[in-house]
Design a protein around this ligand. Sequence first.
Ligand code: FAD
Ligand code: UDP
Length: 376
Amino acid sequence: MFDYCIVGAGFAGSVLAERLARGSGKRVLVVEKRSHIGGNAYDHYDDAGILVHRYGPHIFHTNSRDVFQYLSRFTEWRPYEHHVLASVDGQRVPMPINLDTLNRLYSRNMTSQEAEAYLAQVAEPHDHPRTSEDVVVARVGRELYEKFFRNYTRKQWGLDPSQLDASVTARVPVRTNRDARYFTDTYQAMPKHGYTRMFENMLDHDNIHVMLQTDYREIEGLIPYKSMIYSGPVDEYFDSCYGKLPYRSLEFKHETHDQEWFQEAPVVNFPNEHLYTRSTEFKYLTGQKHPKTSIVYEYPTDDGDPYYPIPRPENAELYKKYKALADVESRTRFVGRLATYKYYNMDQVVAQALATYQKIAGVIDGAHALATPLAE
Ligand code: FAD
Ligand code: UDP
């Protein structure tokens, strides 16, 4: 008899499997319908021997010391600060928009103060930015919004920015200095030997049994367990009884080129050209040396695996109904990006899973476990 059946071997499922087995001595069955562990962060060596991310570029960044220290038990790191260029008006300019972006786009030589004054002049202030359009127009005005955000967002989400919560485009900052990093978090690094190796180390424990290529519904009633942790789409768990929750998907087009480098930055965004949103060249991310290079293009679509919850008011309303069902499902806990319908980065999912473990450990071991959840 297993203590836990964990559905999904991504960050949510793997962190909880690891904690319950190693931290609390529980017997854990991890059931994953894909043929590999790691969820969307899965990476592998392609036919040319280049380490690639099957489900698009995954760059690790966090401000949480706890999350970084926790993952450091399973991997060494390669320091990596991410950079992105956007293809706009025939040029490739830094994204997020910064001082160099503005100067190159407008053939100017502004100082930071002048750039601030310029943005203040073109911005259309908004008391309560509600949508992804409001928030960008309030920061940089309509022209830059249209060059960098409107069409990229339409392509990525199949919706106009005015139909999406402010939180979506608010993820991308605007700067008037020359900092060209995509993220400014305290910890920015890639797992030295890849994500999959890190997941293997997490799940390598006598009390953890992993079943791949298995939908959890196939084993229900056949393999006994006491409780479940579910990290799949929340609506699927409840047979979409209130209707399907919308998720956005992507098709990935992977290519290998017979040249050492393909593009001048790890990621190039294409707001206004092509059907794909961006191209990523993996060797920048991984630091791998190889005479060839592998890249991926991302084509957004409604069909296919669910990758992105879509943050907008009507979806939040529908999710609330499923959450009310989840809250009274006493044998199952819902964790992760799909199960809690949150546009979470990897570190946020790890933090959510660790917090869930603390709650469980409090129940298992009493107050002591709550006070020292990560100590070993
Ligand atoms: P998942 O990784 O989706 O894992 C859920 C698992 O459950 C899946 O493997 C699925 O197959 C399995 N499953 C579902 N239903 C069933 C079932 N019925 N039976 C059995 N198994 C089931 N985050 C960052 O921090 N940095 C980035 O740069 C970044 N880039 C991203 C790029 C893309 C293109 C995408 C899509 C996401 C990106 N993310 C990034 C987000 C990151 O992928 C997620 O935060 C993280 O992987 C979520 O982990 P999870 O365990 O919640 O879900
Ligand atoms: N975005 C955009 N243009 C860009 C980059 C981002 O319009 O060049 C918008 C788009 O809506 C995107 C959101 O900002 O979905 C968040 O971008 P981020 O890079 O954080 O998305 P991720 O790929 O991490 O999901």
